[in-house]
Design a protein around this ligand. Structure first.
Ligand SMILES: [Mg+2]
Length: 180
């Protein structure tokens, strides 16, 4: 996609939505003896979600599976949308947009597997981590350099905020970081 078209799409975004397993995590599911699940999240993705919020974006997650640890992480990051246990993600996206009063083209979404493709087909901006299957990366607007659970959401957020001209300002106002 040409840079100016990509920038236009970034400027329209109102919601940053992400898959969980394979995107916010590396896909590993640690099953604990009590049947609960533990997941490992990357801290840079967490900070990127905070920065996206500071830039005025709503944030959320859309997961096919369901785990208490994910609900804790979403609450910690003050995400506005938390949808777990969703088998059909395409209709779920339509519902989320209706609830927020936004259009699918105003959503940026990161997903790593074939169940994310119905979302890719609707949103304004889609992205896949570096380790996603080829058929998923081929359908994404952005094929990211970072892998799932290794900062791919950070890479996506930085690209969006830079395209919107907000990256430097958000670093300054949120973290007191002066751009070099
Ligand atoms: Mg996934």
């Amino acid at each position: 996609m040409k840079g100016d078209l990509l920038a236009e799409r970034c400027k329209a975004i109102k919601l940053l939505l992400t898959d969980v397993d394979g995107v916010l995590t590396d896909g590993t599911i640690l099953v604990l003896p009590d049947g609960g699940e533990a997941k490992a999240f990357h801290v840079r993705d967490g900070l990127a979600i905070v920065l996206a919020q500071a830039a005025g974006l709503k944030t959320g997650l859309l997961s096919g599976r369901s785990a208490a640890s994910v609900a804790h992480r979403a609450a910690d990051l003050k995400m506005a949308v938390v949808r777990q246990g969703v088998r059909f993600k395409g209709p779920a996206l339509v519902e989320i947009c209706a609830e927020l009063g936004i259009e699918p083209r105003e959503v940026a979404y990161v997903g790593d597997d074939v169940n994310d493709l119905p979302v890719f087909a609707q949103v304004g901006l889609s992205a896949a981590p570096a380790d996603a299957p080829l058929e998923v990366r081929n359908e994404a607007v952005m094929s990211l350099s970072a892998a799932g659970g290794r900062g791919c959401v950070r890479e996506f957020v930085e690209a969006i905020l830079r395209a919107r001209g907000q990256w430097d300002e958000v670093l300054r106002t949120t973290l007191g970081v002066e751009p070099s």
